[in-house]
Design a protein around this ligand. Structure first.
Ligand SMILES: *[C@@H]1O[C@H](CO)[C@@H](O)[C@H](O)[C@H]1NC(C)=O
Ligand SMILES: *[C@@H]1O[C@H](CO)[C@@H](O)[C@H](O)[C@H]1NC(C)=O
Length: 564
């Protein structure tokens, strides 16, 4: 059977022309729709043939790879990952010990479950991967940060393989790469070829945004997504934790915010212990957790638990009973923000918070007579973006006093708010031309920026949309080399209107993987046919590891989901 959604899309593209004028259209429609799914050229971007890649299943592609055809066997009974002699991280380094266990499980967990396989005559065997942290301070007990070193060098040869990295963060990336070099021979035995890899990320900021306000996402799903992020070398979890529909963050200072503002005060909240656990799980995978508390718009849920925080809207001379953005004219607003952001700065160890600032609707402010008076007193005229800037300015000062840096959505820059020079501006609006102009403008003003516009993964369509995600490049705008250096990377966003725990993972993966390679690999890694071959295998690897990554096209995996 063909599915009705594909039908709708096909018709809107071209079938409508073929069918125009036919009066038994309904019958033909269903026929055309079913045939349509067999066309390979529905969308010119479709890649349907795995032509093989000389890079096996590596994803994202490392900066320098040399692979040989000399292969070694890996056996689950003798293979070990160990700390190299002279490494600055030892057995007390949780990050590494945890990762060794995780990657051993990825490599051999499945083989153990499916039991014995026939052994080929013994070939030369690789028995050890030695991991060496080369800088004096391994960062073992620290958190990954905006300037953490993720570089590493991996040499696979006999008698052992060596992974060298200045910091544990690079070792984590190198372990993932090592695991991607391992393949199964026809008997199910694990092998790895002699190889040499030198690797580092092209962009420092490689993020994924999850929205836990429009739908609550259970901890389990957030953790699974962090696992998949590590498999794709992402390093920032942008947690859009609250918004209009619900306030699931349980604040110790203002518990009534989630009591009144969450979908459910016990089941649909993130307790302090939950948040702590997520941050630690992420840290062990070299992933930062950057929380977003978006104001002054997108705050309807905040108003339920915090009286007088939001602006009362008026209908003529009387309050209408509805509320608008945060009320920027009351001192109590800033007292509240001061305490809330003090707590946030203590709960979240990252050096940055995301302050939102997008899509502020001025209609309610315009209706309110007290705000009108305030506008007059401050000579703002009719320019409500000046009032918004007044609010944001005060908020930025509050956050600065907590010693945190901040990220903001592009509107705050567009409205001319005075920003600290180290502000990170998040671009999300417009078409390609518009976001390219925006990146040019921001960097010309000397600010750092990162891109999301082409990477809204909540937008879906029939066919292989990963190719357009893959082609977008944050450096593709008119500007000098110095301007390009101010681009720190990008984020794939998954807004939650139509996404909850039932569909998050398949919608995210492997589409986000395309963004992952764009942000990690060298600029000239752009061959979609080569990418298709590697990504298909990478997707099967994610599936084998228990990630519900959806399929790229007609195909099968040797190990299907849940071990079929
Ligand atoms: C690994 O080596 C085998 C031969 O032993 C070769 O057939 C295969 O193509 C090699 N794989 C890669 C990714 O180089
Ligand atoms: C760069 O952007 C231009 C439009 O400004 C577009 O035509 C071109 O295809 C883009 N190149 C890449 C590699 O994305």
């Amino acid at each position: 059977m063909c599915d009705s959604h594909s039908g709708v899309i096909l018709i809107s593209h071209w079938n409508v022309i073929m069918l125009a004028g036919l009066n038994f259209a309904t019958l033909l429609l269903s026929v055309a729709v079913c045939q349509g799914s067999q066309y390979k050229d529905i969308n010119s971007e479709t890649v349907s043939v795995d032509q093989g890649s000389t890079y096996g299943s590596l994803w994202p592609l490392p900066q320098q790879v040399s692979l040989s055809e000399v292969s070694f066997k890996l056996s689950s009974s003798s293979f070990r990952v160990v700390d190299a002699e002279g490494s600055s991280a030892g057995p007390s380094c949780n990050i590494l010990q945890n990762a060794y266990r995780r990657y051993y499980e990825y490599l051999f967990g499945n083989a153990r479950k499916t039991g014995h396989f026939k052994r080929k005559a013994a070939r030369s065997e690789l028995s050890e991967l030695q991991v060496s942290i080369t800088s004096g301070d391994s960062d073992c007990d620290g958190y990954p940060g905006a300037t953490s070193d993720e570089s590493y060098e991996l040499t696979v040869d006999q008698p052992y393989a060596i992974l060298k990295a200045p910091k544990v963060w690079g070792a984590l990336r190198g372990l993932e790469t090592f695991s991607q070099l391992v393949y199964e021979d026809e008997y199910g035995a694990k092998s790895i070829n002699s190889s040499k890899i030198v690797d580092f990320p092209r962009f420092q900021h490689r993020g994924i945004l999850l929205d836990t306000s429009r739908h609550f996402l259970p901890i389990k799903v957030i953790l699974a997504n962090l696992e998949a992020m590590a498999m794709n070398k992402f390093n920032v979890f942008h947690w859009h934790i609250v918004d209009d529909p619900s306030f699931p963050y349980l604040s110790r200072t203002f518990p009534q915010l989630s009591q009144m503002g969450a979908y459910h005060p016990y089941t649909h909240v993130y307790t302090p212990a939950d948040v702590k656990m997520i941050i630690e799980f992420a840290r062990l995978r070299g992933i930062r957790v950057v929380p977003e508390f978006d104001t002054p718009g997108h705050t309807q849920s905040w108003g339920k638990g915090q009286k007088d925080l939001l602006t009362p809207c008026y209908s003529g001379p009387t309050p209408s009973g509805t509320f608008g953005p945060v009320n920027p004219i009351l001192d109590t607003t800033y007292d509240f923000m001061n305490l809330l952001f003090k707590e946030v700065s203590e709960v979240f160890p990252d050096a940055y918070v995301h302050l939102g600032g997008d899509e502020v609707d001025f209609e309610c402010w315009k209706s309110n007579p007290d705000i009108t008076k305030f506008m007059e007193q401050h000579s703002f005229g009719d320019d409500y973006s000046k009032l918004e800037s007044f609010y944001i300015q005060k908020l930025l000062d509050i956050v600065t006093s907590t010693q945190k840096g901040y990220m903001i959505w592009q509107e705050v820059f567009d409205n001319g708010v005075k920003l600290k020079p180290d502000t990170l501006i998040h671009v999300w609006k417009g078409n390609q031309q518009q976001y390219q102009n925006e990146m040019a403008k921001i960097t010309l003003s000397g600010y750092k920026t990162f891109l999301s516009t082409p990477w809204y993964l909540n937008r879906i369509s029939y066919g292989q949309d990963w190719t357009s995600l893959y082609r977008a490049d944050p450096h593709n705008f008119t500007g000098t080399d110095d301007q390009k250096k101010l681009v720190i990377g990008g984020e794939a966003c998954m807004w939650g209107e139509y996404v909850d725990s039932t569909n998050l993972m398949p919608r995210m993966w492997p589409r986000a993987s395309a963004v992952g390679e764009r942000l990690w690999s060298a600029k000239d890694v752009t061959d979609v046919n080569d990418a298709y071959s590697r990504l298909s295998k990478h997707r099967c690897r994610m599936v084998e590891r228990g990630i519900q990554a959806q399929s790229l096209f007609s195909s099968f995996c040797r190990h299907e989901y849940k071990g079929i």
